[in-house]
Design a protein around this ligand. Sequence first.
Ligand code: CA
Length: 349
Amino acid sequence: MKKKVLALLMASVMMFGLAACGGGNGDAATEGDQAATEANGDLPTVGVLIYKYDDTYISTVRNSLQTALEGKAIVEMQDGKGDQATQNDQLDVMISKGVDVLCVNMVDAKAASGVVEKASAAGIPTIFFNREPDTDVIKSYEKACFIGTNAIDAGKMQGDIIKDLMDAHPEYDLNQDGKVQYVMFQGEPDNPEAIARTQYSVEQAEANGLQMEQVGETQVCNWDTETAQKAMEAMLAANQGKIEMVIANNDGMAIGCVAALSNINYNTGAEGASFIPVIGVDATDAAKDAISKGQMSATVLQDGDAMGKAIAAAAMNAASGAGFLDGTEYTYDDTGVAVRIPYAPYTGQ
Ligand code: CA
């Protein structure tokens, strides 16, 4: 009896010993693997496609995104250079590399269905940002969402600023006809954000009781400073003295208009210099500087830093398999798939 117990005991000690030994080897191997993967980054890879690096506001967003993901993810970022075909190629490369999450700033928001098709086939969660695809396209993929602003709000805020300016400065009505003769600078002809800003800035000013009268045709300047400057120079040459307000879809173009005005000694910021109010959107450093120097009236703050942080939070969640907004301060709007980062007016005061 005692011998049997001893034998059993010895057998179990031996088995335990073997098991322990095997376990030890296994743990060591696993630890080694972990160390190796950590060394080359046991972090999720976030693929970021930017419509073009050469855009001041988007630069703020991508810097903020990169900072927010530092040490938490490997960021693969590509410059679409304003060309959708280029961006499509970059998307293919990212998918073949097997990124864990895609963050896409579409060159052409209308091409988003193609992105959804490829991303969903590969099962990669996709966060569209800034340039908004159709809601139906986002909804067609359960692992897609949008982070941006509400285009209408930026336009409306410009309309409110116009009302405040005209109330504070009756002298801006140069011909004293009770109407605001304005010129409009639009980002792109078909960009929904641009269209909304153009439309709602004027509609909101009218809703605020102003009479708005457009001078010349809407100047489509692709968000670009130099293009806007040239267009404004031509507008001034054709309509000098008839323009009372400059409304631009972004600060890039607003700054171009300020440059054109400065060339004819308007908006120089000097005491007593002739001045036509110029309003932009984005609150870029250049615009804030122009506002502080008295060369520009106001802009609408699109908080690129806040947007970058929101994209980073959603990307980290998606990479871990959680819902985009799980445990964050963000909520979807009534579409159920879009997060709106709020705007704020900026007048330098
Ligand atoms: Ca007038």
